[in-house]
Ligand binder design. Structure first.
Ligand code: SF4
Length: 268
């Protein structure tokens, strides 16, 4: 089956799934044709990123996305989230899709981004209608960025942070930083705190890869929080005690509101 037939048969809409950060979230996938991202994070819940690119293009026509959304039970969702099979800001119809979803549903709209393309003024313009933007920041130096996020050529901690800061200036909605805590970056809390003090986000969200990671990409892994009937691997996580210590340290160094995935786990 060629890619366009395959795409016609799959939906760009999935869920709603319960998210620890936003409640019942209906996911929208602007990539769909494959797993496509400018990062290849070692903890990626999509499994393998098959197309590693920084080039923007239209992967799924806006008409298909809107028709999938109207066919779904979007009214039951607390929020609509752009995430899906990779990095949503790579979709060149991002702004058009955000505008159409807001006009049709009136629901709060969240964009999850790896932050790699926020130094592009066009990407920032297209994001302005979103209600919340969650920007990834996993590393305080380029060596750690390469080890954890494995970005395409040209993406550095400085281009990421400058992009987020530019967005912060132009965007009046809610901007959060999401950081995946791993053994590779927990020695960088001081450096991360300095970057957070530059950015001054509304919130910092600390995560750790509690869910097993699929071995390869399948569409089903989008927003999949349930039983998994496909091969996965477990990664080393930061335990609750260590996460609490880091949260307290970051709060002391930045004074920012911080939430942790462990707050939402049983016993949290
Ligand atoms: S940025 Fe997101 S989609 Fe891209 S590799 Fe990392 S976790 Fe996966």
């Amino acid at each position: 089956m060629d890619k366009s037939c395959e795409m016609e048969q799959k939906s760009t809409v999935y869920g709603p799934v319960r998210s620890w950060r936003v409640g019942m979230s209906l996911g929208i996938d602007l990539l769909l044709v494959d797993s496509i991202c400018s990062f290849r994070c070692i903890y990626c819940q999509l499994g393998r990123i098959n197309i590693h690119t920084g080039e923007r293009q239209v992967f799924v026509p806006t008409e298909k996305i809107i028709s999938d959304l109207m066919a779904a039970e979007w009214q039951a969702a607390d929020v609509i989230t752009l995430s899906g099979s990779g990095e949503p800001t790579l979709a060149a119809n991002l702004g058009e899709v955000i505008h159409a979803i807001k006009a049709l549903t009136g629901k709060p709209l969240v964009v999850l981004t790896n932050s790699a393309h926020l130094n592009d003024p066009q990407v920032r313009r297209e994001l302005l209608e979103a209600d919340k933007i969650f920007c990834k920041l996993d590393a305080a130096d380029d060596d750690t960025l390469k080890l954890i996020d494995r970005p395409v050529e040209g993406v550095t901690v400085r281009t990421i942070v400058d992009g987020i800061k530019a967005l912060r200036k132009e965007y009046s909605g809610y901007l959060a930083i999401q950081t995946m805590l791993m053994p590779l970056n927990i020695g960088q809390i001081g450096g991360l705190a300095e970057l957070l003090n530059e950015i001054k986000p509304d919130e910092v969200q600390l995560n750790t890869p509690l869910r097993a990671v699929p071995r390869e990409w399948i569409t089903q892994s989008r927003g999949d929080h349930g039983e998994r009937n496909y091969p996965t691997v477990r990664l080393k996580v930061i335990d609750r005690q260590e996460a609490e210590r880091i949260e307290a340290e970051l709060r002391r160094l930045t004074g920012l509101p911080i939430i942790s995935v462990y707050d939402k786990q049983p016993g949290g």
